[in-house]
Design a protein. Structure first.
Length: 270
């Protein structure tokens, strides 16, 4: 049994910088390589395959999506995420990744954004604790990559999409990825902020992971949320928040999330 991790990757055409997108994915995969339990299987789903050197082919796969990038709105640009249906693009990739992992011996499923990092003991804890419904990742960090500072958070599930792990018993059987099957996959019909309440009402409560298990990476110039911080006022408020609430990353946190120089000198291939 293992933890199945689905990583939807934006297309080169959509990315503001393919180099940044590739480097962020590289760091995300390093946090998988860093897991103290290697009982996981990850799949990256995208239109374009990043050029990363070969390593751990048995645990990390890349599959090309069968769907075209959704069309632009009239006069729009792919560099602006609100100008095309990026949500449908992401949902389709999640569904394709899920269908791929269904053939593996997966006990829990997780959707991880291609720029976020997980704690080295996450897979070990999940598979040892074995909650029958799944988990919610509340505690963790906002990591501001330009400032090299982190802010500890207790409610990451309200601001980050990589915060839900669901037991296979609560996942659907899907033969074909289409508009109807998307309605069956929790990440495709619920926002991350609704997950906990949804499963609670189903009498299948998700258990809170009792340690800082996720690092939400920001300030790398390729966040979709950057569009909401485009004004000078928004940027000033962000800098003020980082200065007041943030602090430098400890050596232990770097080790926990594979941010130390030893791991960053390695490369992962898919």
């Amino acid at each position: 049994m293992s933890l199945g991790i689905i990583i939807p990757l934006k297309a080169k055409k959509v990315s503001r910088s393919w180099e940044i997108t590739s480097n962020l994915l590289h760091n995300t995969l390093l946090s998988l390589q860093n897991q103290s339990s290697q009982n996981y299987h990850a799949v990256v789903v995208g239109h374009d395959r990043p050029h990363l050197s070969a390593l751990r082919h048995d645990l990390i796969n890349f599959i090309h999506t069968e769907f075209e990038i959704p069309p632009l709105k009239k006069g729009g640009s792919y560099s602006k995420y609100s100008d095309f249906d990026r949500i449908i693009d992401k949902y389709r990739k999640i569904a394709e990744g899920y269908c791929f992992l269904e053939s593996k011996n997966i006990q829990y499923f997780m959707v991880l954004d291609a720029d976020d990092l997980i704690h080295k003991d996450l897979s070990k804890y999940i598979l040892a604790d074995c909650n029958p419904h799944g988990y919610i990742l509340k505690a963790g960090y906002e990591y501001f990559s330009k400032a090299k500072r982190v802010i500890p958070r207790k409610k990451l599930d309200k601001i980050c999409g990589s915060t839900t792990i669901i037991h296979a018993n609560h996942m659907p059987k899907i033969d074909t990825v289409n508009d109807e099957s998307l309605k069956l996959i929790p990440w495709c019909f619920l926002s991350h902020s609704q997950m906990e309440e949804y499963f609670f009402k189903k009498k299948s409560p998700l258990k809170t992971v009792p340690f800082k298990s996720l690092m939400y990476v920001l300030q790398h110039d390729d966040n979709s949320s950057d569009e909401f911080r485009s004004t000078l006022k928004a940027k000033f408020r962000e800098q003020l928040k980082i200065f007041i609430l943030g602090h430098h990353i400890s050596d232990q946190v770097k080790l926990d999330f594979a941010l130390d120089s030893t791991y960053n000198d390695k490369k992962i291939g898919i």
